[in-house]
Design a protein around this ligand. Sequence first.
Ligand code: ADP
Ligand code: MG
Length: 366
Amino acid sequence: MENDSTILSLRGLVKRYGEATALERVDLDVRRGEFLTFLGPSGSGKTTTLNLIAGFIEATEGSMLLDGEPLEKLQAHERNLGVVFQHYALFPHMTASGNVEFPLKQRKMSKSERTTAVQAALEMVRLGSYADRYPRQLSGGQQQRVALARAVVYRPPILLMDEPLGALDKKLREWLQLELRRIHRELGSTFIYVTHDQEEALVLSDRIAVFNEGRIEQIGSAHDLYDAPETLFVGRFIGESTVIKGTFADGRFTAAGRGLQVTGSIPSGRGAVLIRPENLAISGPDGTGLPDRAVNRIEGTIEDIVYLGPARKYNIATEHGTAIVRVPEREAAAARIGDRVMFGWAPDDAVLLADTETPVEAVSAT
Ligand code: ADP
Ligand code: MG
């Protein structure tokens, strides 16, 4: 059931193209005023879901409610939603202000109201002094900001964005991410944003919906997804992790013949423990110096060392696959590539997950 804080509900959305299924089934309640991001690999159904909301395509099954009203019966232009896509070209023969004014003319707003609204929208995207420029006289980032001003100038309740920063270089993208956060705060409207870039999702979002193969695997804050992934897919997709596969049985976990301590709600059958890089401690091969609580200990060989400024990251080859350990730079020891090391973790720093991935021959599940 949706409630007052829900602006948009998607129920059992399915989209098929002939034999091909673009969306398996999507259920989602979007909260009023939130910055929600659809995150997932290419082909997972993010754009399809956004296009269904925008009204650019029709669902095969399922329903959508905007403020409790069925959305399907409205044409795209009647839905009154703002849209910014990666390549949603501006009208080339109109200036920046002409572009931003266009949706207001369509809505029959008076000239004086239009002038005020256009100027405010251009100032919001920091292009107040570029009103008379044509798109060809603007950089890619400036054009996307004009497109954003055009999409929000009529105050749509929801702004839909599909990889709007995808074509821009990294520095500009990072700056515009901060700008988008500010604009979201200033407008107070609901933003739905699509990206395949997990860092971008973490920076921008109040909540993230992780898409995989036409479904939402998990929805939550960045913190929820990082600390408590509910599936191996989500755990691997958000942030970095060490994944050790094995078998849960009778409250115990065995990986490659080795028993490891686990705690909390313990699954059964094929599964994995997942540990974030900052929750692993590292020492020389004898384990001296590992904290007492790091009772699970595994040996390996350093494959790579990456300097991250405030931290140092070790990739360690083990019989369970590659482990990733991150240590604050001031605590980092003088280890080198090729050194034998031991790393360890406390049972309550690991996430326990069922293994739903296709079995790999090399993984021994004893
Ligand atoms: P994403 O935006 O997450 O990269 P999409 O929603 O664009 O993914 O696509 C989801 C799946 O649907 C993909 O497998 C894609 O090939 C398929 N798909 C999308 N549009 C069409 C179409 N018009 N005809 C056939 N298949 C499509
Ligand atoms: Mg897409």
